[in-house]
Ligand binder design. Structure first.
Ligand SMILES: Cc1cc2nc3c(=O)[nH]c(=O)nc-3n(C[C@H](O)[C@H](O)[C@H](O)COP(=O)(O)OP(=O)(O)OC[C@H]3O[C@@H](n4cnc5c(N)ncnc54)[C@H](O)[C@@H]3O)c2cc1C
Length: 300
């Protein structure tokens, strides 16, 4: 595959790129080896030109935020577009406009500064708003989807920028949204937050962070919960009761602190993670006849 047209665009727009760049450092679980090309746009109009260029040249591609829900295969033979340099948050009255690469922490901090409630649950989620809308990020009974008013998106079918003008048009569901089908790429979203007081938002944020710190293995590389919550079942409880805490395949391990997390305990490969996922799924099916569904995303 000839990536010269995209490399030329990166050079003419002063956009950083890596040829045969390392992918593990792009993910929080630190799994992957190389990708043919990794590009790091920092401006929205350049991001759109990059998508256009990718579609024109028929390159295989993936959009990445902070890579906190994802892990890479050994050699990704396409383009990785890293959006976390496109990180702008603006607040006007009760509304927050965030670009796709804005970190949830930045969004939650801005909400706090404006005494707006709603995003306290999101402060400790290490992703971007793009990754959060894709997966309808959720914690402590709140979802990002419940605050979304409208979004500006790139439609890869028509190759036009368009608007999802209502909350309903985002098709938010349990750990999914319209973005999961990959037709649309989020450029910018508007969240409607709740007027509150600085102290209320600060106290709630601290309380939820404490809960997170006490239950999650934040000292080890991971991609968050490995499996989606299954109806009324807490998947981590099922995995724990199946005796799998600490179970390891290669460098991939079921966290000893939170059985719902797979951690990279030492040099895990995608193969280790895939084998461990299959092993857990079999064990849980054998014991409870429950089919687990992965939440973490394998980029191959
Ligand atoms: C320690 C830890 C704790 C976590 N806790 C939680 C939690 O409490 N709740 C929760 O829901 N998740 C949690 N996660 C998982 C993860 O942080 C969230 O799902 C987060 O929203 C992912 O954002 P990201 O930018 O890192 O996504 P990435 O991993 O970069 O991408 C995820 C998916 O989104 C797509 N995507 C990214 N940007 C765009 C875009 N602009 N347009 C279209 N698609 C896009 C990607 O292609 C990919 O398919 C946790 C992860 C870790 C490591």
């Amino acid at each position: 595959m000839d990536f010269r047209p995209l490399i030329n665009l990166c050079e003419s727009t002063n956009t950083k790129y890596h040829i045969n760049g390392k992918t593990a450092p792009l993910t929080s679980i630190r799994v992957g080896n190389t990708a043919k090309l990794i590009v790091f746009p920092t401006e929205m109009h350049v991001f759109c030109q990059i998508i256009d260029n990718i579609l024109t040249n028929n390159y295989k591609y993936v959009i990445l935020g902070n890579g906190t829900n994802s892990y890479f295969c050994d050699v990704y033979d396409g383009v990785v577009v890293v959006t976390n340099g496109i990180d702008t948050v603006l607040v006007s009255e009760n509304d927050m406009i965030a670009t796709c690469g804005a970190s949830l922490k930045n969004c939650a901090n801005n909400a706090l500064c404006h005494s707006l409630a709603g995003l306290e649950f999101a402060y400790g989620i290490p992703g971007t708003i793009g990754g959060a809308l894709y997966m309808n990020a959720e914690a402590f009974g709140s979802t990002i989807g419940q605050f979304v008013l409208k979004s500006v998106v790139y439609d890869t079918l028509t190759r036009q920028i368009s608007e999802l003008s209502s909350n309903e048009s985002h098709l938010f569901g349990k750990k999914c949204s319209i973005f999961s089908a990959k037709r649309y790429i989020l450029l910018e979203t508007t969240l409607r937050l709740i007027p509150s007081t600085f102290d209320f938002v600060k106290n709630k944020t601290c309380e939820l962070l404490k809960k997170r710190n006490s239950s999650q293995p934040l000292d080890m590389p991971s991609a968050g919960s490995a499996f989606k919550r299954n109806g009324n079942y807490y998947v981590s409880k099922l995995i724990d009761e199946a005796g799998l805490k600490g179970f390891r395949i290669g460098g991939a391990e079921v966290s000893k602190k939170h059985a719902g997390f797979i951690v990279n305990s030492s040099g895990a490969t995608a193969n280790d993670i895939n084998k461990l996922i299959e092993y857990i799924k079999h064990k849980i099916y054998d014991k409870y006849q429950i089919k687990l569904i992965e939440e973490i995303i394998y980029i191959e």
